[in-house]
Ligand binder design. Sequence first.
Ligand code: G3H
Ligand code: ZN
Length: 286
Amino acid sequence: MRSLKEVLSIAKTSKVAIGHFNISDSTQFNAIVSAANEVDVPVLIGVSEGEKKFIGIQNAAALVRTAVDSGQEVYLNLDHGHSVTDCKDAIDAGFDSVMFDGSKLSFKENINKTKEVVEYARASGREVLVEGELGYIGSSSKMLDAVPEEVESAMTTVEQAREFVETTGVDILAPSVGNIHGMLKSSGNPKLDIERITQIRDALPDDIFMVLHGGSGISDSNFTESIEAGINIVHINTEIRRAYREGIESALKNDAEQIAPYKYINKGRDAVRAVVSARLKLFIKK
Ligand code: G3H
Ligand code: ZN
């Protein structure tokens, strides 16, 4: 199987993006892998802190291992690791990539801790990619009443991006470019700053990848523009969380007496698969 780095390098050259989707359980995992299969693309599975605690780090790794053994190009990422220890545990558990989220730390502290994760990854003897986050994009994959206040003032600058990447040695940068975690209840999410994505991309070395967090609620055309401008990975979580819940809710509404999990959770699975499939098709659209 190709390494994640190879897959990302090809995506970068072809100006398409790899989809990253979060899971809390094996049903969501199966839905995502089945959609990736249908679209015939590699896919990244993410577990953030709460998700990792719920599913179990070893279970997440085992799901991916089993899929890989059956020939699927599936990669596992620790999403928003808030401590160096979390990232080290994920590296030890066989994850393909880890993200150290130091976005709430000072610039200097963020650099120091991210660097520590990079050093650990390099010493692992495996090719584990490390992602760092710079700037603030809000914190939860949930339905939002308004854009979090600090977001606009905490967008990533070209200078910071360049210094951060050079000093930490990360492989992947997650910038703040108008993106936010979560989805606005009453409208689509704000537009991305495409100009900023282009400028940051141009300032970074060629072998560095850029990831767009907070993909839920972004319009199709804005996605396409951001990928054209240099985004290589797109994270989606809120959209699939919502689809999962709505699928299960509507199944139970239609069959209120049903108690066999596989007769209502399957509707959540199908709803997740539909969202993931649509997004994956968009990310490779030319
Ligand atoms: O890391 C996870 C993503 O950034 C998800 O963001 O919930 O807004 O899609 P989202
Ligand atoms: Zn994120």
